[in-house]
Design a protein around this ligand. Sequence first.
Ligand SMILES: Nc1ncnc2c1ncn2[C@@H]1O[C@H](COP(=O)(O)OP(=O)(O)OP(=O)(O)O)[C@@H](O)[C@H]1O
Length: 367
Amino acid sequence: MAKLELRNLNKTYAPKVVPVKDVSLTVDDGEFLTLLGPSGCGKSTVLRMIAGLDAPTRGRIFLGGEDITSKRPGDRNMAMVFQSYALYPHMTVSENLASGLKLKKVSRADIEQRVAEVSRLLGLDELMNRKPGQLSGGQRQRVAVGRALVRQAQVFLLDEPLSNLDALLRERVRADLKRIFAAQKAPVVYVTHDQTEAMTLSSKVALLNDGYLQQLDSPDRIYNHPANRFVAGFVGSPQMNLLTLPCKGRSAMLGDFQIPLPDLPTVPPEIILGIRPENVGIARPGDTSFVRGRVNVVENLGMNYLVSTRVESHSAPTQIVRALLPTDRRWNEEEEIALTLPPQHLHWFDVQSGDALIGRQMAGVYS
Ligand SMILES: Nc1ncnc2c1ncn2[C@@H]1O[C@H](COP(=O)(O)OP(=O)(O)OP(=O)(O)O)[C@@H](O)[C@H]1O
């Protein structure tokens, strides 16, 4: 088992196509790292460089302290699971599982033992004599994972393995993957653009945008302490409210409501205030600190209403604040509403750079 380390990894395809820019990170034994980000941000390119399918333009890759940057894919002892399953259609499940080991000239007894172990672990025993064409999508995906597990690789790489499954099946297989990889000792690198997968599966998330690593942190810290405006807006559904507000004295102005600013060396003319819809509350009788607005739109999400509120004033542009509210009270459009913004749930970002202004731990960003 071995630690995987990427140092200042860059990939340039053409002068203007630079999908990966200076990415550094480590994945320890037993760690499950997710590369998360929007389409085209460079996730698959990072994974392909780890696998050896693409060469970095600059930077190095280490496995267990050994520089493997120039090693051929076949010599890296990594197992990869693709979105497309990549199973042999003419072979049975059992033969598919065993095929990689046969090529490596593993003894017949060892192959039988490992295939039986993985089959038991993944619940494939009933399916061993079927061919991929006779399996459902979820079953095929389990076989694809089985092919990787059977190899006892030093690193597991998974590229959007659930994206071909429907929503219900995705949830089930996601739980299976969590259980299976929790039992593995090797580092796992998992690519997805689905934040729920990243948050539920990972011990560590690397959030990429435009080829740059935005934050490398635990799912909890990514959610509760986003390093910048991009991370804050990308993670969380419904999305965090991100309001650009004018500053006056030591306050940000939301309509006529004054929100005390954090302790900053200088007060900027404008600042971005972030608050998640689930943290916006309804003022109770006796509350003195609230912002008044009018209900703009009400969306029924089943468990909650997502209520968009218009906050207007003579001196500042109109803002929309979205709140996730219980369904025990109905809200009508244009009704007056008083919202609370608890100070402990406020995030502040610089308008120019987008960086978080407080609570950011730079040391954790490139750990
Ligand atoms: N072989 C290539 N030649 C030129 N450009 C490429 C090549 N492979 C990828 N790219 C470009 O690099 C960028 C990153 O691609 P990559 O596949 O890594 O993104 P991704 O984050 O995995 O996206 P998705 O979620 O859509 O798969 C994209 O703009 C893509 O068009």
